[in-house]
Design a protein around this ligand. Structure first.
Ligand code: 5GP
Ligand code: ZN
Length: 114
């Protein structure tokens, strides 16, 4: 738990979020500023600052995160495709330094991402 972390505050219930899933390790909720018709975030409860802070001990956790993201995409009816994104570092667009995976879908995506 990091005191000033927005996502830790969502985990603690200090900031409201539309929860889509939660268990002892991870939770998922809708992004407050959706960049696609479906835009969900999947995060670990553990405060990890980003992908580059993952340790070997976190490998099962990150696997669980990706699996939940794909399950939620299926549940949201994203049969045409969806995108899983993790930004690492400011120049990559990371703004919240609590590891999270974006699940985006419901529109055609461009490649490469900007
Ligand atoms: P990043 O830019 O770090 O990859 O993604 C952070 C994401 O968190 C952004 O898409 C942003 O809209 C979302 N976000 C920031 N603050 C909040 C919040 O208070 N609630 C929710 N649900 N999403 C947030
Ligand atoms: Zn945090």
């Amino acid at each position: 738990m990091a005191q000033e972390c927005i996502f830790c505050k969502i985990i603690n219930g200090d900031i409201p979020a539309t929860l889509l899933y939660e268990d002892d390790d991870i939770l998922a909720f809708n992004d407050i500023s959706p960049q696609a018709p479906t835009h969900m975030l999947v995060i670990p409860r553990k405060h990890i600052t980003g992908p580059d802070a993952l340790t070997e001990a976190d490998q099962a956790l990150i696997g669980k995160l990706v699996k939940l993201g794909t399950d939620l995409a299926a549940k949201a009816g994203l049969t045409d495709g969806f995108r899983l994104v993790m930004n690492n570092g400011e120049s990559a667009g990371q703004t919240v330094f609590h590891l999270h995976m974006h699940v985006l879908g419901g529109r055609a995506m461009t490649w490469p991402p900007g």
